[in-house]
Design a protein. Structure first.
Length: 310
């Protein structure tokens, strides 16, 4: 059976006391309409000033919950992602003090509006950037076995804000069931994102997610697992350029690799520092290239150069 949930009613926290909007059987399919992470705040005409005017983050607007009949704690909810359809525009924002790089690097807010209307690329007006889209939901999860409300911002044992860009159509997510029925929710759809989402936003958008639900009894997952049908790295066309950074701390090395990439994009591609940071967030993949030769590890930042057109 196929069901539909619109985005007219959403939840902004993980809370197992929120009643389900829909009850389904294993094997059923649900079409979810989702709101973007800013809860429809931005439009095509939004400006840099709107980033700070938005106010504090309330929580990701999540469509659900969906109760799966027969799901019990200790089971695994099987979520087959059948389709993710993008909206016609998206956005990426730099908010000072948030993301991988500190406020000292980016002290002013910045907003990039992307045109997604052709359904194939995210295009930034006034630039040569055309990033192939590969949409996925940033947040998918079940309810926690803890009382009260819990922020949607950090990923948790129930899944949540994992931002795993490989969870595109054709992939399968296995989520631990912590309460009866599972109480699944989804939201925060992205048109494209680099591994790391370094400026804390991808190409954020509203979207439509179609998923089929199954149940594996007694699987006993401690945290989510997934299966994909494609290589885990981007298949964007053209050559790749990478920067590297070393150090005894993976977070610090990640910061430095991204700074080197920003320098490269400004110097070689003529982007502003803000445009370069945003491009890193939406298409650069951070990789742990080496972690066995103490005291220093290597982080590499890979850029698909095919995103530059014309």
């Amino acid at each position: 059976m196929i069901h539909h949930l619109d985005a007219g009613q959403v939840q902004y926290e993980w809370n197992n006391a929120i009643p389900p909007r829909l009850e389904i059987d294993p094997g059923d399919t649900v079409v979810f309409d989702t709101r973007d992470a800013a809860d429809r705040y931005y439009s095509r005409t939004s400006t840099h000033a709107d980033v700070l005017a938005r106010g504090p983050f309330r929580g990701h607007p999540l469509t659900g919950p969906v109760r799966v009949r027969g799901a019990r704690p200790g089971d695994a909810l099987v979520v087959e992602i059948l389709e993710v359809k993008p909206a016609d525009f998206g956005w990426t924002a730099i908010r000072p003090g948030r993301g991988l790089l500190p406020e000292a690097d980016f002290a002013k807010p910045y907003l990039q509006i992307w045109d997604l209307a052709d359904g194939t690329h995210a295009r930034a007006a006034g630039t040569r950037l055309a990033v192939p889209i590969d949409p996925f939901p940033g947040v998918m999860g079940t309810a926690l076995d803890l009382p009260g409300g819990h922020s949607t911002m950090p990923p948790r044992k129930n899944g949540g804000n994992m931002d795993i860009k490989q969870l595109t159509a054709g992939s399968t997510l296995y989520l631990p069931v912590w309460v009866d029925g599972g109480l699944f929710c989804v939201g925060d759809t992205h048109a494209i994102q680099g591994d790391g989402e370094v400026c804390v936003t991808a190409v954020e958008m509203s979207g439509r997610v179609t998923a089929r639900f199954g149940l594996e009894t007694g699987r006993g997952l401690a945290e989510p697992e997934l299966r994909t049908t494609r290589p885990p790295s981007s298949t964007a066309p053209g050559p790749w350029f990478a920067t590297t950074a070393h150090g005894p701390d993976l977070f610090g090395a990640s910061q430095q690799a991204v700074r080197y990439m920003i320098d490269h994009l400004v110097r070689e591609r003529g982007l502003s520092r803000e445009q370069a940071y945003i491009l890193c967030s939406v298409t650069v993949d951070l990789k742990i290239s080496e972690i066995v030769d103490a005291p220093n590890w290597i982080v590499s930042a890979f850029l698909p150069e095919g995103v530059f057109v014309g």
